[in-house]
Write a protein that binds this ligand. Structure first.
Ligand SMILES: [Zn+2]
Length: 295
């Protein structure tokens, strides 16, 4: 009888722990994916940006703002990436906020910089998940934030993060192998999201049609970019998922470059969940290599 009693108590405790899994809110796909890897079977983090939404430009519904306000833990890139979420953070109650870009461990770059220290336009580039070392660092930070919020499950979060870090190492190696043959091929992109990705994998990213994230393309900037792409013999111009490819098409025609498949650096069209981060990174590599490797 005693044994049965212990088993029942353990079961009751297990259910209580499940019910107590913290309510975790994230901003958009790549962060939700990393957090989902760390939470594993313990729970699923909410994501504020719906599939197909623009991470830079969105408006929370009142029910979402309420969801955010009552979270135990909010994990997000930060106000540089999602200003619409920053505005709602004022209403966060007793929950913890982990803006990943602000963490001292995070490797950051300046917008438009081609080399360390150089910058073409202002501000910290928030597209930092495209640096796989940041994914490694963030998995550790996410595990510690979850451990602080939910100490009972601390060791599970840490073990999940360790397994996820090993998975990111595999993703990084796969991406590097796909991109290795096209490292010397110049290209341009739709918006300035690829600084980390190009720097990490040694790619020839010549520039972007849009300088800022939501800013329209200035005529002077486009003329300058067109001259640069023509002079350097740019091979491909990549439009972006979830956006019209009209300006990329025009630039391709004007420079003689090929129009590549749309890239999805923010994972806006991908299925959310733990696999999204790998799908996003491998998808970028595949689309880039497919266009840039053509003769
Ligand atoms: Zn962006």
């Amino acid at each position: 009888m005693r044994g049965l009693y212990v088993a029942a108590a353990v079961l009751a405790f297990g259910q209580a722990a499940l019910a107590d899994t913290p309510k975790v809110v994230t901003d958009f796909g790549p962060v939700q994916s990393l957090v989902a890897m760390v939470m594993g079977d313990l729970g699923t983090p909410d994501m504020m940006l719906p599939r197909g939404g623009d991470a830079h430009d969105f408006q929370l519904r009142p029910s979402q703002a309420q969801d955010l306000a009552t979270a135990d833990l909010v994990i997000w890139v930060g106000p540089e990436m999602t200003p619409w979420m920053a505005r709602a953070m004022d209403s966060l109650g007793s929950g913890l906020s982990l803006p990943l870009l602000d963490a001292p461990e995070t490797l950051t770059r300046t917008f438009g910089a081609k080399d360390e220290g150089e910058h073409a336009h202002e501000g910290v580039d928030p597209h930092a998940w495209l640096e796989p070392e940041n994914a490694q660092i963030w998995l550790g930070l996410i595990a510690e934030a979850l451990a602080q919020t939910d100490p009972v499950q601390a060791e599970t979060y840490r073990a999940n993060a360790k397994a996820a870090q090993a998975e990111v190492t595999v993703i990084e190696a796969d991406v590097a192998a796909v991109l290795a043959p096209i490292k010397d091929k110049p290209f341009a992109v739709a918006h300035d999201a690829y600084g980390y990705f190009a720097a990490h994998f040694g790619l020839q990213n010549e520039g972007s049609l849009r300088m800022g994230d939501a800013a329209p393309s200035g005529a002077a900037h486009l003329a300058e970019l067109q001259d640069l792409l023509t002079a350097d013999g740019a091979v491909c111009i990549f439009p972006e998922a979830n956006h019209t490819d009209a300006s990329a098409r025009q630039m391709a025609e004007a420079t003689g470059a090929r129009l590549g498949a749309p890239l999805d650096p923010e994972g806006s069209m991908l299925t959310p969940g733990p696999a999204l981060y790998g799908d996003l990174m491998r998808g970028l590599a595949r689309s880039m290599a497919e266009c840039l490797s053509q003769q």
